[in-house]
Each structure stands twice: as structure tokens, then as C-alpha cells.
Design a protein around this ligand. Sequence first.
Ligand code: FE2
Ligand code: FE2
Length: 257
Amino acid sequence: MQQDASASPMTMSDRADALEEQKMHELEHIVTKSVLFNLADGKVATESGAALMAKNPGKYMLMGADPRLPQMPDKPTLVDYFRCRFASTAHLLQSATHALKAGHSEKVVLACLLHDIGVVSFIRCDHGYWGAQMIEPYVEEEVSWAVKAHQALRFFPDESVGYGYPEMYVKLFGPDYKPEPYIVAEYERARNHKWYMTSRLITINDIYSFDPNAKVDLNDFVDIIGRNFKQPKEGLGLDNSPSAHMWRTMMWPTRFL
Ligand SMILES: [Fe+2]
Ligand SMILES: [Fe+2]
């Protein structure tokens, strides 16, 4: 529909903000955005609690589940996060399926299954580090180490195992992109590490050219998860591991505090 600019002085972004605000008013509680969400919109900003209370008389801040998101069970498992919080799982499932078909160990299959959970559930920047930290208390050290190191290894070829620099990265980042010095240093450490090949296998099984017709199913990995991921009895995120707060944040991303 053609909009007459003079009749409608609001910009697209103003209109989106207004709609978002209207939707917020329809909720029982006040839902607010953390600074990080605003940074992603190009704004260094946050709204104070007092201002939000004044705009929403009679309402309290949201301090639990966001009713707009899929409801999580009382004691969530990793599989529940896959189903309710991971924005896309096809890439993870395709990579893990590839590793499974190649006959790799369950450790490697799990590492492939979890290698990009940082991207699909949390944040893109430094996703290997975030993902590794999230899973570290619940998996063998080799698995979380491999997830962390894939952040750097994917940028560096290893012709001895047939891994070249991904064509897709040339398309995504341009031909002149060079990884930052911290990534180069991480690569050099990883290259000489005893678990180098575990992380290298993540990059080898990483499916860069996404196949929309590939048949993948999370159910194929439930047993591998069961044997290799230490599910806390309180629920993932409701335990007291060093990364439980990260899972809770994913469960309740708009909790006020
Ligand atoms: Fe990745
Ligand atoms: Fe990946």
C-alpha cells in the first residue's frame, strides 16, 4: 500500500515502535528491552523503571515468563530449549547428521549438534565462545573446547583433511575479510592442542551450503543427548551451574531484573 508521506509523518521505525508499544500495553505486565536489544537497533538506550511504570499505570514489571514466547516446562531440558527457544535448528541437525553418517564418535556428533547454539539462541558475535560457555558444565571438556575453538578454526584451511576456506565466507564477508588478531591467536593455540581434530571435525561437518530438502529430525539425537549431556535434575537453567544464568536468560529474556 502506498503511504502519503505528508499525511503520515511517522517513519517506518516510528510506526514499528508505536505498534510494539501498543502490543506491550495489551500485556498484563510491563515487558521491556535490555540495553543489548536496543544496541542491536542502533540505539544506546534503556528506559527507566519509573518511566515505564508512569506509562503503564496499574501494571508491574514482568518478572518471569514472557507470555508472547513458547511456554517452557517447569524443569526444562536441552531438548525443550531446542523446541522452544532455538530460532532455527536445521543447520545444527544437518551438521550432526553429517557427522553421524560419517561414523564419528558421539562426542563429535554432540559437538556438531551444539556448535552454533550461540547463534540460534543467543547472540552471533563470538558465538563459539558463548556456546562453549553455555554447555561447559554439562558436557565433556573436549566437547565444549571444540565448540569454542571452531570460532577460530573455521577461518583457517587445513588441506590435510580437505577443509578449505568456505566459499560462503567470501560471499558473506567479502574477499578482503581478515580475522582479527585474537582469532588468529586462538587458531594458533588450537592448532597445537591435543583436541584440535575434534574441533576441526566441527568445521568439516559444518554444512555451509544449506540443503532445504534434507530430512533431519531432533528425535534422532535424543539418545545421544541423553548419554552425553548432563541434564540437571532441577531443569536446565534452574540449577546452580556457572552457566545456568545464561539458560535462564534465554528462558526469560525480558525479565526486568
Ligand atoms: Fe559456527
Ligand atoms: Fe555452523
